[in-house]
Write a protein that binds this ligand. Structure first.
Ligand SMILES: Cc1ncc(COP(=O)(O)O)c(C=O)c1O
Length: 394
């Protein structure tokens, strides 16, 4: 008898560990510091804009590549922030979150056998994204700092060795999930030089561009000399406006690549939610103070959680951007991260993400765990209370 089975592609990856951790958190009544979604409200102005759009009957399909007001707002902000003129009609594609923008881009630009360079630890979607699009991920290590306030770094020679004739693209996520690394100008220039030398595209995931600490600055790869015509910039509403459930993101790319992305996007999802695209246009018009307060709010949350984790026995790698902290768990002497996170969620009551889910080889993340701090003070404090029990394990 023929048994229904999944495809060979689907067999090559597991379900999302991060989203599974959220389910476990619910099951055990744990404080959820696993998945990166805020547990506090989104800005009132953008919620009102969403309700107004629904009441005005913006309820049918938008133009497949994105409602004009949002595409124009994306182009306007990109041009203003990075002094790079962007044509909304030719270069912006609105998708169902930056998640769809990433996979639509990979499907639009890669052929079977192409390689895509990915820094690891990496946001867990990039691995399956590459497999689903038929490309092969090629990993380059980011190494954790030796000192508490040091930076994650990569080896220039290792990066160069990853580039060759089959390399189609490199994915750069800055500010970075899970490490909190903010790539410096000189690091991005080094990547730029390799892209130019090997005729490679850069796909940059800049979803945390506004969440920066300690005076770090976000540099957009597309704005570097020589990269305008070889960069696809991916971003979205989720993190900047605390609306991860709205599913609105976009890709900004040169016109020929945009044409290909739009075709893939149309047949994948047709379009992103129409009324929420209207609200997105309003969101991109929020004043500069909104973004300053956003970053400052997260800086305070970071500085609230890190001492608690350190006190409990974690070695924290100080994030310079985004809203996660990677930690080293070796002081707890668990065999691996999976056992540790299960213990943490069931016996201590705090959900986190096992480090191995950010690495190709699980052994590389076996003594690391990631916490998200995009949470209310009360949530962070409740986690802190529970983590006190952990000290006795050391
Ligand atoms: C680096 C990175 N890219 C993309 C996403 C998903 O973004 P979206 O909600 O726009 O699909 C996340 C979510 O955690 C992320 O951390």
């Amino acid at each position: 008898m023929l048994r229904p089975r999944g495809s060979k592609k689907a067999a090559q990856f597991t379900e999302s560990v991060i989203r599974e951790m959220t389910r476990l958190a619910h099951q055990h009544g744990a404080v959820n510091l696993s998945q990166g979604f805020p547990d506090f409200p989104a800005p009132a102005a953008i919620k009102e804009a969403a309700c107004a759009a629904i009441n005005a009957d913006v309820n049918q399909y938008a133009v497949t590549w994105g409602a004009r007001p949002l595409r124009e707002a994306v182009a306007r902000e990109f041009s203003r922030r990075y002094a790079l003129p962007i044509v909304a009609d030719e270069q912006v594609t609105v998708c169902c979150g930056s998640t769809e923008a990433m996979i639509a881009t990979l499907m639009a630009i890669t052929n079977p056998g192409d390689e895509v360079v990915v820094f690891e630890p990496f946001y867990e979607n990039y691995g399956p994204d590459a497999i689903l699009s038929g490309a092969k991920p090629r990993f380059v290590k980011l190494r954790p700092p030796d000192s508490p306030d040091g930076e994650w770094t990569f080896d220039e020679r290792e990066l160069r060795a990853a580039f060759h004739s089959h390399t189609k693209a490199i994915i750069v996520n800055t500010p970075n999930n899970p490490t909190g690394k903010v790539f410096t100008r000189s690091e991005l220039e080094l990547i730029r030089d390799l892209c130019v030398e090997f005729n490679v595209l850069a796909i940059t995931d800049e979803i945390y561009e506004h969440i920066l600490y300690d005076g770090t600055r976000h540099i957009s790869m597309a704005a570097l000399d020589g990269m305008r015509d070889r960069t696809i910039t991916i971003n979205g509403l989720s993190k900047t406006y605390s609306v991860t459930g709205w599913r609105v993101g976009w890709a900004v790319a040169p016109p020929a690549i945009t044409d290909a992305i739009r075709k893939v996007h149309d047949f994948l999802t047709v379009g992103a939610p129409a009324p929420l695209q209207e609200a997105g246009a309003a969101a991109l018009g929020l004043p500069a103070t909104y973004y300053q307060e956003l970053a400052e709010g997260y800086r305070k949350r970071r500085d609230r959680l890190l001492p608690v984790l350190t006190e409990a026995g974690f070695r924290c790698f100080l994030p310079r951007g985004a809203y996660y902290v990677m930690t080293d768990i070796s002081s707890f002497r668990f065999a691996n991260d999976l056992e540790f996170v299960k213990y943490l969620v069931k016996d201590i009551g705090v959900a986190s993400v096992p480090g191995s889910s950010f690495y190709d080889d699980a052994r590389d993340g076996a003594q690391q765990v990631r916490f998200a701090f995009c949470k209310k003070d009360a949530t962070l404090d409740a986690a802190g209370e529970r983590l006190k029990k952990l000290r006795t394990r050391k």
